[in-house]
Design a protein around this ligand. Structure first.
Ligand SMILES: [Zn+2]
Length: 175
């Protein structure tokens, strides 16, 4: 575990050195940060929650992590992205303006609203096959979306939805 942590910290440093494309970040770096979001999703699943994870990155460094905790906390709002933004704490305009939000799943209306409110310019999405939020609207408001359609993200959600359709519908405000 400690070894894994060290490897990850090393990766984070490397990533911060190579960033420089999509708002300064290349595909390998995005994939590595998405792995951190996937770790959050797995953590949520191990807690009996919905496997969606999110991280917030500023200048190549993770400044917030979170996962969906609606079930764990009996919460109406703790989607992964909201949990991540909450855990990142109060940030200023110029921080959000250079942030990249990673989520294992396409952000819903609520979480997309938070992206717009804080003017986060880039969202990297693990997958949008099992659920798709208002992506076109985000783009129309100037948000850059990068969609990875990562196999692990898709598998986690497919398995969860198949086994827990009621919990999933509740999470996205459906009957
Ligand atoms: Zn959401």
């Amino acid at each position: 575990m400690q070894r894994d942590k060290n490897i990850f910290q090393c990766r984070e440093r490397v990533v911060s050195m190579v960033r420089n494309q999509s708002q300064g970040m290349d595909a390998d770096a995005m994939e590595q940060f998405m792995q951190a979001a996937i770790q959050e999703a797995r953590q949520g699943l191990s807690e009996g929650g919905i496997p969606i994870g999110s991280i917030l990155v500023i200048d190549g460094t993770i400044v917030g992590r979170g996962h969906n905790r609606r079930i764990q906390k009996g919460s109406a709002v703790l989607h992964a992205e909201m949990d991540c933004l909450e855990n990142a704490g109060r940030l200023g305009y110029h921080d959000y303006r250079r942030a990249i939000l990673f989520s294992t799943l396409s952000p819903c209306d609520m979480c997309s609203g938070a992206v717009l409110l804080y003017k986060i310019p880039t969202v990297v999405i693990g997958e949008n096959q099992t659920f798709q939020g208002p992506e076109d609207y985000l783009r129309s408001r100037g948000v850059e979306l990068v969609i990875l359609n990562d196999g692990e993200c898709i598998r986690m959600m497919k398995d969860f939805i198949a086994g827990n359709p009621k919990l999933w519908n509740e999470d996205i405000g459906e009957e």
